[in-house]
Design a protein around this ligand. Structure first.
Ligand code: HPA
Length: 270
């Protein structure tokens, strides 16, 4: 694994000679955040040795390197999901590459279903914690000591300091922001009514098909994480529950400016 990472890192460095300090992973329908970046280099995933290639609609599949809020950043426009058929350790490959390129902080976004009944479509939720037990842990298998310990602590998977800063940024701008527990599921089916209920009973506030594996790998390597879910549909509701990918993308697009503001300000303050 480390050899493959070194090859990917060497290739990216041959294309771009700066050290990014912030990594950004953008969720479904949330890719236009990259227009905020003063882009210095774009590298399609397909050009990078050993990189998986993204297939899902709404993900363009490239690394974007450049400057944002005065910091060098690297953004993944398009991430890898378990439901696409990738193994958990393939999904986190780019996170490990970003670590070896030099990132000190990881920011992530995703589209998620709301299961907290206070949430409505278009809300944004800071992820304060997660439940990852329905998706395979990316650290299963031989532990690579270079990355981190066999049994990593996960008691502060999402940086409390970054959460506090983000709350202050949102408050100053009058952005209503939720905070809660994200439950990861494999997808690609959206949940049944019974499953949304189960996730709520387990203590989840939102449910989605990404993020936790990336956050686990980042924690393993001691990278502080900050993540926001955009609530794109509501799982617990009286009416019949029909959810489409188009609806998810549309809701994500509408909520994106709030998230963009928070990410930009957070990066400025790092
Ligand atoms: N469930 C799982 N993943 C999702 C959802 C959902 O309701 N909405 C967006 N991603």
């Amino acid at each position: 694994m480390i050899l493959k990472i070194n090859e990917a890192v060497a290739f990216i460095r041959s294309q771009y000679n700066e050290q990014p300090v912030v990594g950004i992973v953008l969720g479904s329908g949330l890719g236009s955040f990259t227009s905020e970046i003063s882009i210095e280099k774009e590298i399609p995933y397909s050009a990078i040795p050993h990189f998986p290639v993204s297939t899902v609609e709404g993900h363009s599949g490239k690394l974007i390197l450049g400057e944002l809020s005065g910091k060098k950043v690297i953004a993944m426009a398009g991430r890898f999901h378990y439901y696409e058929g990738y193994a958990a350790n393939e999904i986190v490959f780019p996170i490990r590459v970003m670590k070896y390129l030099g990132i000190k902080t990881l920011l992530l976004s995703n589209a998620a279903g709301g299961v907290n009944t206070d949430y409505k479509v278009g809300d944004i939720m800071i992820i304060s914690d997660h439940i990852s037990q329905f998706t395979p842990n990316p650290l299963i298998g031989k532990n690579e000591k270079e990355f981190g310990p066999r049994f990593p602590d996960m008691s502060e998977a999402y940086s409390k300091a970054l959460i506090q800063k983000a709350r202050a940024i949102a408050a100053a701008k009058g952005i209503d922001i939720k905070q809660g527990v994200y439950v990861s599921v494999t997808g690609p089916t959206f949940e049944t009514r019974a499953e949304y209920k189960m996730i709520q009973v387990l203590g989840g506030d939102a449910v989605g098909m990404s993020t936790v594996q990336e956050v686990i790998a980042a924690n393993h390597m001691q990278i502080p994480c900050f993540a926001i879910s955009v609530i794109t549909d509501v799982g617990i509701r009286e009416e019949e529950n029909v959810i489409t990918h188009e609806e998810v993308l549309e809701a994500a697009k509408h909520a994106e400016p709030k998230l963009t503001h928070i990410f930009k300000e957070l990066i400025a303050g790092l």
